[in-house]
Design a protein around this ligand. Structure first.
Ligand SMILES: [Zn+2]
Length: 463
């Protein structure tokens, strides 16, 4: 499943529209409408794969202990960028890259910016915004590193700066990107690729793609190209470094390539639509990835019993694949069989090597749909488990609040609602719900203290 929130990708594509019905409403209205332009997307499988790509690179870059978050952006253009301790990668880049090595090259280059402390002043400002929702708001659609540099009035000021300055300001800021920083990041990237025994050919291919795109289309401008100016000289330098490496001809391990193909197909099915998915599957004909795409496509656009048969065949081929179980759970949920869905999600949770916080929340949702008091209690445990792994999953709090509500735990429901608002950047409503929750809690109990933390939070400071 590729979504935020669950359960369908159609919803994922409309993520902020959906969120605006819930927790994110105040973010969209009070800070800036740019929030609607950066649809952050969540998917356990893709997040795990991209982290697997990044882990050795971050280690080589000395960033392993910096807690760098990788955030997926639902945008079909080829783009990646870093702010503070977060690296943003567009689904478009993941889908266009034919090999893991191409994405690993991009990650290596961005890691070079992070390790080099480039644009640090701007990043410091963005870093002060603690929640994803506010980061997304600050960034704006394609604005990348926009806006926040010019004023020091804190978070609200930075947000307004982006809104007021609009595209022009964004562009000026992007063009101010130092060319020397780009060359340094390229060199660092090659160092990390060498240290991890990987080729730089993917990086070269990505950069060459931009040059070709530039000469072919006058109209379409890719933000990555704007933020990463690509003079001929820079490519030529890079080419020398890549070809000098003893790893130049190294290929990605086949298992990694297979996961990459499965990711591309998934993005194509959920984000690109049936035709785009069919084209890609045609190129991968006979592979497990094509089979995976077919099962997902049948789930989304075809019929559920057929999707289930296809997914069961996938599970037979890879019994330890957590995401095949997740797909099985998604199908069973849509088929209104929550009990069986819960079993599939439970398997997904137990098989997931990356311990994603998303899968326990899916399990919790299925248990909620079962609807007995016992399953509701289990649902709360699972959702809390998921949120413990990933506390910024604001959708998760919505389900948690609902589960508490159905069990009659009103202060629990109010605190969960407060948390959901909090992690959506909607501090005003977060405080209102935290205060309401406290009225029915014993002063000083752990939940009361958490509510007090939310009440005391200053949006320009740290919690
Ligand atoms: Zn760069």
């Amino acid at each position: 499943m590729l979504s935020r929130p669950r359960p369908t990708i159609a919803q994922a594509a409309r993520v902020f529209a959906t969120l605006s019905l819930g927790f994110a409403v105040a973010v969209a209205s009070s800070v800036t409408a740019f929030a609607q332009g950066v649809p952050v997307i969540r998917d356990a499988e893709i997040e795990a794969l991209v982290r697997d790509y990044a882990r050795p690179i971050f280690r080589a870059a000395g960033l392993a202990n910096d807690g760098i978050d990788i955030v997926l952006v639902n945008d079909s253009s080829f783009n990646a960028f870093v702010t503070g301790r977060r690296m943003f990668i567009n689904t478009g880049a993941l889908m266009m890259a034919e090999t893991p090595n191409e994405i690993i090259g991009v990650i290596a280059h961005e890691a070079g910016h992070l390790a080099g402390g480039h644009q640090q002043k701007l990043r410091d400002q963005l870093e002060r915004a603690k929640t994803m929702a506010v980061i997304a708001t600050l960034l704006g659609a394609g604005a990348i590193v926009a806006g926040a540099t010019t004023n020091s009035r804190g978070l609200a000021g930075a947000g307004m700066g982006v809104a007021a300055g609009g595209g022009e300001m964004a562009q000026r800021s992007i063009l101010a990107y130092q060319r020397t920083e780009e060359i340094t990041a390229d060199r660092s990237a090659i160092t990390y690729l060498n240290a991890t025994g990987q080729s730089g050919m993917g990086m070269l291919k990505t950069f060459a793609r931009f040059q070709t795109a530039l000469s072919l289309s006058g109209a379409q401008i890719d933000p990555y190209r704007i933020s990463h100016p690509m003079p001929q000289e820079r490519i030529a330098n890079l080419q020398v470094l890549v070809k000098q490496s003893p790893n130049v001809d190294k290929l990605d391990p086949p298992a990694l390539q297979q996961r990459h193909d499965m990711m591309r197909v998934k993005i194509a099915v959920y984000m690109g639509g049936q035709a785009a998915a069919a084209r890609l599957m045609q190129k991968m004909r006979g592979s497990l990835a094509a089979q995976y795409g077919d099962a997902q496509s049948t789930y989304l656009y075809g019929n559920l019993p057929a999707a289930l048969v296809k997914t069961n065949a996938l599970i037979k081929a890879q019994p330890k694949n957590a995401y095949f179980q997740e797909l099985r759970g998604d199908i069973l949920m849509k088929a209104n069989k929550p009990g069986e869905a819960a079993e599939a999600y439970a398997k997904a949770v137990s098989l997931d090597p990356a311990r994603s916080g998303l899968l326990p929340v899916s399990l919790g949702q299925a248990l909620m749909a079962v609807g007995t008091p016992d399953s509701l209690k289990k649902a709360i445990i699972q959702i809390n488990n998921g949120l413990g792994r990933d506390k910024e999953n604001s959708e998760g709090y919505r389900y948690l609040a609902q589960a508490y509500g159905e069990l009659g735990d009103i202060p629990g429901a109010e605190l969960a609602t407060a948390e959901g608002h909090f992690y959506s950047g909607n501090y005003k409503d977060a405080k209102i719900f935290a205060m309401r929750a406290q009225q029915r809690m014993k002063r000083g109990e752990p939940r009361w203290i958490r509510a007090q933390d939310i009440i005391n939070y200053k949006s320009s400071g740290k919690i």
